[in-house]
Design a protein around this ligand. Structure first.
Ligand SMILES: [Zn+2]
Length: 260
């Protein structure tokens, strides 16, 4: 993908499927027609083991890297200008501290729809990531405790899309909270989060994202969509629980890019 033919001409939709494990995502490929309708997940390594670290890297232009030993295979999508490093002609260079303000400098309206705790804007730390954006939103109903969080997030996104003229280029970022714990309530009767309940959460999320993708298609601009996880999580493997630690269940993440 030549990002210099994307930035400026396409709307850009970036979705982080917070805490989604790579193995979970692969097991549900056939049940995710919206996320995987045009291809399978790619296995990548995340630059951060938890939300705060990973998103700073993403907004700095460091997306998850292909899980291969040959680094030359990876063409960076975004790169800071004037670092002195050689960059690929398909890499889009930005002159700002981060890609979000970089897109704004190209005329994009930048919108953040938050999900997990680091996007709640409830205290100064939880305002840092949303503050990258011109417009940021978080509601109780978008958060991890609401079993219909993605439905609410997508409804909010649809409203914002309606209010944006087609001529206005849009960078929309959505942090999906549903797959993050607690997710046991996606399996009736389950008391603990597990790979199975994360799978159920992912199926729910995919079902809701269909409406968002349709709305971008109906808007009429081509949309470049990036969908990936910020980190996985451990459910007891090798004794580990959760994330913010280094384990393959955490550092392997699913990644996809496609045009809507
Ligand atoms: Zn996260």
């Amino acid at each position: 993908m030549d990002m210099n033919t994307i930035v400026g001409t396409h709307d850009i939709l970036m979705i982080t499927l917070d805490t989604l494990r790579y193995d979970t995502a692969v097991m549900e490929e056939e049940n995710c027609p919206n996320l995987c309708g045009t291809g399978p997940w790619e296995k990548r390594h995340t630059p951060g083991s938890f939300t705060y670290a990973a998103h700073h890297a993403f907004f700095g232009g460091f997306l998850p890297t292909p899980a291969t030993t040959d680094k030359t295979e990876h063409i960076r999508m975004f790169h800071s200008r004037n670092t002195g490093m050689k960059t690929h002609p398909h890499t889009w260079l930005f002159d700002t501290p981060d890609i979000v303000s970089g897109f704004a400098a190209e005329g994009y309206r930048t919108i953040c729809i938050g999900g997990v705790i680091f996007f709640t804007k409830k205290n100064p730390l939880a305002r840092v990531l949303p503050s990258y954006f011109q417009h940021s939103y978080w509601r109780m109903t978008f958060g991890v405790t609401n079993p219909r969080s993605t439905e609410h997030q997508v409804n909010h996104a649809l409203k914002l899309l309606k209010d944006t003229t087609r001529e206005q280029r849009l960078f929309m970022f959505l942090n999906v909270s549903a797959i993050h714990g607690p997710n046991h309530y996606f399996i009736p009767g389950a008391k603990k989060d597990s790979v199975d309940s994360q799978r159920a959460a992912l199926r729910y999320v995919d079902g809701e994202l269909g409406r968002l993708f349709d709305a971008f298609r109906e808007r009429g601009n081509p949309t470049f969509c990036l969908a990936f996880s910020d980190h996985g999580t451990a459910y007891g493997e090798d004794g580990y629980q959760g994330h913010r630690l280094a384990h393959e269940t955490v550092w392997n993440v699913p990644y996809r890019e496609f045009i809507l």
